[in-house]
Structure formats: C-alpha cells, structure tokens
Design a protein. Structure first.
Length: 68
C-alpha cells in the first residue's frame, strides 16, 4: 500500500522507501567483484558471480565462507 509521497506502508505499519534488498550496502549489494573470505583461517578467494559466498566451503579448512 502506498502512503503519502510514494512511501510504502507494509501491513503492520512498517514504512519503507521501496529501495529493495541491498540498496544501502552490505553483503546483498556487494556486486560481482570482491572476495569470499574464510572466517576461520583467513583464506581469500575471488567471488564467483552467481554463487553466494555462504554456499562455498573453504578449500583449506572446510569452513563456510563469508563475503568481504
């Protein structure tokens, strides 16, 4: 539902500008460049476009990778 000035009001009263996920930065807006980093051993590998880092395992120690 739209309120005044194009601000969307979600059911329950939450307000949003309609920017979508990741528009303010953070892991959902990281884009195709960057690295997947192992939080345990620190290994950095180039991010593979279309493959979320959290779906990758560190080739060195097997820990789930995170995006940096």
């Amino acid at each position: 539902m739209k309120g005044r000035r194009g601000i969307r009001i979600r059911q329950g009263g939450d307000r949003t500008q309609g920017r979508g996920l990741g528009s303010m930065g953070g892991p959902k807006a990281a884009g195709p460049a960057g690295f997947c980093v192992c939080p345990k051993c620190g290994l950095r590998v180039p991010h593979a476009r279309g493959v979320p880092c959290i779906e990758r395992k560190c080739p060195k120690c097997g820990t789930t990778m995170v995006r940096k």
